[in-house]
Design a protein around this ligand. Structure first.
Ligand code: CU
Length: 130
């Protein structure tokens, strides 16, 4: 009988230790999801139009006005859409409908990458990864 009590007590302690570890891991991951580099979008512009981010990071696109945007790899040149994707660029195809934040990346290669909104002529974003 005594052995059984000892065994149950040990089992209880182990369960508590595992539960504590699990809780710690959860709180760590949720706090890391909230911050990072960000670009805003109004009706027809990225703000700022160019951003430098550290290699390996993601980028938040924040739709401030709720205007629908479709963000892809490429650029507007002379008011013509020029789809293109640079070597090492993450493929981006984001439909931003309504206010809110969408995250692109990670950008794992150093370089200069062009993104644009296919809906709004001239709406270009340059992402410089260092
Ligand atoms: Cu747009």
């Amino acid at each position: 009988m005594k052995k059984l009590i000892v065994a149950l007590t040990l089992f209880g302690l182990i369960a508590i230790v595992f539960a504590a570890c699990g809780g710690g891991a959860d709180s760590g991951s949720s706090s890391s999801a909230s911050s990072g580099p960000a670009v805003h979008m109004d009706d027809t512009h990225f703000l700022p139009t160019s951003i430098t981010i550290p290699k390996g990071s993601k980028l938040d696109l924040i739709n401030d006005t709720g205007t629908a945007h479709i963000i892809q790899n490429g650029t507007w040149k002379d008011m013509s859409a020029r789809p293109s994707i640079e070597p090492g660029a993450p493929k981006v195809d984001v439909q931003s409908v309504g206010s809110g934040t969408q995250t692109i990346g990670p950008f794992t290669t150093a370089g200069t990458f062009q993104l644009y909104c296919t809906v709004h002529p001239g709406m270009n974003l340059t992402v410089i990864v260092k």
